[in-house]
Design a protein. Sequence first.
Length: 158
Amino acid sequence: MESDRHLPASGCGAGDDALIEAGIADATTSVDLKKPKLQEVLDAVEALPGMRALLLRAELQPILRNLTVLDWVLRTDVAHRFTTSRPWIGETEFIDCIWDRWLGPASQLELLAKWLDSEPEAPVAQWYKRFSGLTVCGEGELIKIFLLPAQAPKGQHV
């Protein structure tokens, strides 16, 4: 049986701050989420035949039952792209497609790698570094999160 996820609504940075500033006092409540059952996801994407084919692949089910990943896949029409050009996609290729959606093309990773190879100095506090297609955020020596260009980073620009 899969475990429930307990995700705090607080600690989301700027979004949390904006809610509190707007006078929404319960912005720090928590929400219990369960990973949806396969049948629930199949029912929700019934009108998208390409998604059904992907969801019936046992090795892709844990990935696609993650609601954030499923949202990305649906928004970028990944299922349609693969089912119209060929009937099968490997797990690694599928994950690469999600990775490209999340972090952008490999050129972004090359820029990140070059920057990391330069051994940049990072402040002890929160920091961020912008690249053309993504923003890397961290704290101290650790990279904590990758943001899309439209997302606002927190901390000191490095």
